[in-house]
Design a protein around this ligand. Structure first.
Ligand SMILES: O=C(O)c1ccccc1NCC(=O)[C@H](O)[C@H](O)COP(=O)(O)O
Length: 263
């Protein structure tokens, strides 16, 4: 049966091909708002140094939940996340399925100093250049969308652009996508095919992850107590979207969430 991930990737191939046709790589680099010679911020270091390690996500809608916050504005939400103590922010740049854009990423870069993750379905190096020139510091590579060889090649290119790499896995088998250019491994608690979300997935995979990579737990995190439990098994980053974005004031929700994390 065809799942949503296949739809997202099929659409992404068409979208990126059109973008490349409209704007050459050379033009993209020359018109981007961030120069390639400027240094990036380390998301890995920010998470490692933080007591909470929250990557607060900007997400207007999702395939699993529909619209969460259609009117959300990056200029309001991202500074509020920064003020509330997020260690980094994730900006969804997919338009059709998540209601985001590269413009959101460029705006995010202008309004916060935090490390920024470009959250999209990356299948092609052109998207890494887009991420870099729009101000991202890190990119997500999803094992379920790539072969190990594609993952290696994209991770190498990301590093050549000074972008850190967060590799997302959902199962033990996907750990075959690990390579020396992966800076952080994210265990997605959501099955992208069925949407079934189970935070126990992070606990199941914790001890199978290599010691040297920073561990991130992704999706379905709605309870501050869970952060303390996940930290105990080695996680240092927590990617949270819906819990904050479904509320009228995502930044205030993050403040209350952080205050409730047990020491
Ligand atoms: O969120 C979805 O419904 C979704 C469906 C299909 C592919 C990806 C999807 N989400 C992307 C994400 O990785 C999440 O936005 C991120 O992990 C935060 O999850 P949550 O805190 O549950 O919003």
């Amino acid at each position: 049966m065809k799942d949503i991930l296949q739809d997202i990737i099929a659409n992404k191939r068409i979208e990126v091909a059109r973008q490349e046709e409209a704007i050459s790589l050379q033009t993209l680099v020359s018109m981007g708002s961030t120069r390639l010679d400027l240094p990036t911020r380390s998301m890995r270091a920010a998470l490692a140094a933080s007591e909470a390690g929250i990557i607060a996500e900007f997400k207007r809608k999702s395939p699993s939940k529909g619209w969460l916050h259609p009117e959300a504005n990056v200029r309001e939400v991202l500074p509020a996340y920064e003020l509330a103590g997020a260690s980094a922010c994730s900006v969804l740049t997919d338009s059709l399925f998540f209601g985001g854009s590269l413009g959101d990423l460029a705006t995010a870069r202008k309004v916060v100093d935090l490390p920024l993750l470009r959250k999209d379905f990356i299948i092609n190096s052109y998207q890494l250049y887009q991420a870099r020139v729009m101000g991202a510091d890190a990119v997500l590579l999803i094992a379920a969308c790539l072969t190990p060889a594609e993952c290696l090649s994209l991770a190498e290119t990301a590093h050549s652009l000074q972008l850190e790499v967060l590799l997302e896995v959902h199962s033990q088998q996907e750990l075959d996508h690990l390579n020396p250019h992966v800076d952080m491994v994210g265990v997605n608690n959501r099955n992208l095919g069925s949407f079934h979300t189970d935070v126990e997935n992070s606990f199941r995979l914790a001890e199978l992850l290599p010691k040297e990579v920073l561990k991130v737990s992704e999706s379905g995190i709605a309870n501050p107590q869970l952060i303390a439990r996940l930290r105990k098994v080695g996680y240092r980053g927590f990617l949270i979207g819906e819990t904050f974005m479904k509320e009228a004031d995502p930044g205030l929700t993050l403040t209350h969430f952080k205050e409730a994390i047990p020491c």
